[in-house]
Design a protein around this ligand. Structure first.
Ligand SMILES: Nc1nc2c(ncn2[C@@H]2O[C@H](COP(=O)(O)OP(=O)(O)O)[C@@H](O)[C@H]2O)c(=O)[nH]1
Ligand SMILES: [Mg+2]
Length: 250
C-alpha cells in the first residue's frame, strides 16, 4: 500500500508538471528552494533565490538496486552521503541550479524497484529527458544490467538513440574491490555513443559533473545550442571544443 502511494505521488507530480511546466508543484515532497551555482573556479556556492527558474530538466536515475542511485541523488541535492537509504523508496527531487549562467531547475526521479512493473517503468521513462544509468564498479551483475536498462529506455523513446544517457560507474572509492575495468565500461559507453563517468557518492567525486553534463545535453536538445565555454563543475576546467561524445571522466 505504501508503495502504491509513493508511486501515485510521483506519477501525479510528473504528469502535473508536464501539463504545467511553469508551475512549481507542491506534490514534490523533496522540493528545495536551494540554488546551486557552479563557478569557473569549480566552487559550489549555495544561496536562496526567490525566483524560480522556468526551464526544468527532467532526469531519471536508473540501475540495479544497491549501486548508489539514491546516494548519488542525495549527494547532489544536499551534499551529504547517506549510508543507509530505504532500498525500495523511489522519490522525486527538484533543485534550482545555474547552468552556464542561466537559471533552471533539475527534476530528479530516483527509481527503486517499481520499475519491475513495466507500465510504471514506461510511464517514468516517457517523462524523462535524460537518464543516468548507474552501475557499481564492484558489482558485475549491475554492469550487465545497464544494457537492459538502456534497451528499456530506447523502447519507450521509440528507439531514439540520441536520448541523453550517461553511463556512471559508481563506488569509485572502493578501487580495491573493482571488478569492472575502466576499459570495459568505456567500451560500453562507446557502443552507446555516451559519456562514461566514474563517481563516488561517498567522496562526492564527479557527482556534480554527471548531473551538470547531462543537463547540458538535455538543454542542447531542447534549445539546440549550449555555450561552448561550459566548465567542469568539479575542477573548473574549460570544456574542450569538439569533444567526442563518447568520452570518459574518471
Ligand atoms: N563506498 C561507497 N558506498 C556507496 C556509494 N554509493 C552508495 N554506496 C552505498 O551503497 C549502498 C546502496 O546505496 P543506495 O544509494 O541505497 O543504492 P540504490 O539502491 O541504487 O539507490 C548504501 O549502503 C550506500 O551507502 C559510493 O560511492 N561508495
Ligand atoms: Mg535507492
Amino acid at each position: 500500500m505504501r508503495r502504491f502511494w509513493s508511486w501515485l505521488k510521483i506519477n501525479v507530480f510528473w504528469v502535473f508538471d508536464l501539463c504545467c511546466p511553469s508551475e512549481k508543484s507542491d506534490l514534490n515532497s523533496k522540493d528545495t528552494d536551494v540554488e546551486s551555482t557552479m563557478s569557473a573556479g569549480g566552487k559550489k556556492s549555495t544561496t536562496a533565490t526567490p525566483n524560480a527558474a522556468s526551464l526544468v530538466h527532467k532526469v531519471i536515475m536508473v540501475g540495479s538496486g544497491g549501486v548508489g542511485k539514491s546516494a548519488l541523488t542525495l549527494q547532489f541535492m544536499y551534499d551529504e552521503f547517506v549510508e543507509e537509504y530505504e532500498p525500495t523508496k523511489a522519490d522525486s527531487y527538484r533543485k534550482k541550479v545555474v547552468l552556464d549562467g542561466e537559471e533552471c531547475s533539475i527534476d530528479i526521479l530516483d527509481t527503486a524497484g517499481q520499475e519491475d512493473y513495466s507500465a510504471i517503468r514506461d510511464n517514468y521513462y516517457r517523462s524523462g529527458e535524460g537518464f543516468i544509468c548507474v552501475f557499481s564498479i564492484t558489482d558485475a551483475d549491475s554492469f550487465d544490467a545497464t544494457n537492459e536498462f538502456r534497451e528499456q529506455i530506447l523502447r519507450v523513446k521509440n528507439n531514439d538513440t540520441s536520448v541523453p544517457i550517461v553511463l556512471v560507474g559508481n563506488k569509485g572509492d572502493l578501487a580495491d574491490s573493482r571488478v569492472i575495468s575502466l576499459a570495459q565500461a568505456q567500451a560500453r559507453a562507446e557502443q552507446w555513443n555516451a559519456h562514461y563517468v566514474e563517481t563516488s557518492a561517498k567522496t562526492h567525486n564527479n557527482v556534480d559533473r554527471v548531473f551538470y553534463d547531462l543537463m547540458r545535453e538535455i538543454k542542447r536538445r531542447k534549445v539546440g545550442f549550449v555555450p561552448s565555454n561550459s566548465t567542469n563543475p568539479e575542477r573548473g576546467e574549460k570544456k574542450k571544443k569538439g569533444l567526442k561524445k563518447a568520452c570518459t571522466i574518471i
